[in-house]
Design a binder for this molecule. Structure first.
Ligand code: NAI
Length: 351
């Protein structure tokens, strides 16, 4: 077995963490050969709850889990960390404007960025789940300048998984009912989530393919053959899926969000399969005309723990308009975050 690595989960006493921690301890993210030390960060008032989570982790009796450290101190949590899931964030409360939400999160992700800068390994892989995930990732990276920008990503994998499941379900009805075949969800690949993890995201099936039993590899758009559905109901269902889960459960997606966080990190760690790409919020390099320096979800290929944005995909006029909407939202969020940071600095008596 390899030497243990330190893995941080923030918001460790919360809902998503509750499902995520089991996956980590069981080896389904970093593999069955990789022992881990868990560093569990939450706020002080949650320390008792967190102690209960620690007890449960012990009671799992899983051999890959070596050492578990609950803490409210980011400096302790991030020490020598090789991977971090930044799940904890300020939730949107009733009547809260986006700007208020951003202001609260700027503070959290600034503090965590600074702790990462000081204490974490320089090759740490950081996945931001807490919302607004894309802009939180940007802020965090900004405050950890000695860690490469590419090491900060935001999660849109849940949106990708939702889109994949919706397409598999549609193809099941359309193509396979006569043959009594159900296309398995993992036969659908290369659906893309572009942009922000928000309702402006663009779930794009134009490049998706499905390996169907007896039919081989088919283009999903040809098989569905219904652009009105792909550009209408499908798109809106995925964009609003998070809200639909909240309406039903009275709490936000947690089991599926934790599964998606595990999927994201596992692919980053071990690489994507040949011919398949996944969507991740990454710092834009200007690909597809997206402004630089926003964290934008792109399709990426991953090898040797490094991702590359998939290049050369054809972008229709419809897709272009959707990409521009979500890019504009991210530019606005970035401008608001910048404003918050500069006004904080001007109030700071140390500056
Ligand atoms: P939760 O409310 O159950 O747990 C959040 C935890 O974070 C709480 O224990 C809280 O005390 C902790 N926390 C707050 N501030 C913190 C700080 N400064 N440092 C460390 N911990 C802190 O929430 P849940 O359901 O686990 O969701 C967490 C976040 O994930 C939310 O922001 C949610 O909007 C987001 N989310 C993102 C998704 C995505 O696809 N990117 C999908 C679903 C949720």
């Amino acid at each position: 077995l390899a030497e243990p690595i330190n893995v941080v989960v923030t918001g460790a006493a919360g809902q998503i963490a509750y499902s995520l921690l089991y996956q980590l301890a069981a080896g389904s993210v970093f593999g069955p050969e990789q022992p881990i030390n868990l560093r569990l960060l939450d706020i002080k008032p949650m320390m008792d709850v967190l102690q209960g989570v620690v007890m449960e982790l012990e009671d799992l009796a899983l051999p890959l889990l070596r050492d578990v450290l609950p803490t409210a101190d980011a400096g302790v949590a991030f020490k020598d960390a090789a991977a971090a899931f930044l799940v904890g964030a300020m939730p949107r409360k009733q009547g809260m404007e986006r700007k208020d939400l951003l202001a609260a999160n700027v503070k959290i992700f600034k503090d965590q960025g600074e702790a990462l800068e000081k204490f974490a390994r320089k090759d740490i892989k950081v996945l931001v789940v807490g919302n607004p995930a894309n802009t939180n990732a940007l802020i965090c990276s900004h405050y950890a300048p000695s860690i490469p920008k590419e090491n900060f990503t935001a999660m849109t994998r849940l949106d990708q998984n939702r889109a994949q499941a919706a397409l598999a379900s549609r193809l099941g009805v359309q193509l396979c009912s006569e043959m009594e075949l159900t296309p398995l969800v993992d036969k659908v690949k290369n659906v893309i989530i572009w942009g922000n993890h928000s309702s402006t995201q663009y779930p794009d099936a134009a490049h998706a393919v499905a390996d169907l039993p007896g039919k081989g590899s088919v283009k999903v758009s040809s098989a569905v053959n219904d652009n009105a559905w792909l550009n209408g109901e499908f798109l809106e269902t995925i964009q609003k899926r998070g809200a639909a889960v909240i309406a039903a459960r009275k709490m936000s997606s947690a089991m599926s969000a934790a599964k998606a966080a595990g999927d994201h990190m596992r692919d980053w760690w071990f690489g994507t399969k040949p011919g398949q790409w996944v969507s991740m919020g990454v710092v834009s390099d200007g690909s597809y005309g997206i402004p630089k320096d926003v964290v934008f979800s792109f399709p990426v290929n991953i090898k040797d723990k490094k991702f590359e944005i998939v290049q050369g995909l054809e972008i229709s006029d419809f897709a272009r308009s959707k990409l521009d909407i979500t890019a504009k939202e991210l530019e606005e969020e970035r401008a608001e975050a910048h404003q918050i940071i500069t006004s904080e600095l001007s109030n700071c008596n140390l500056c």
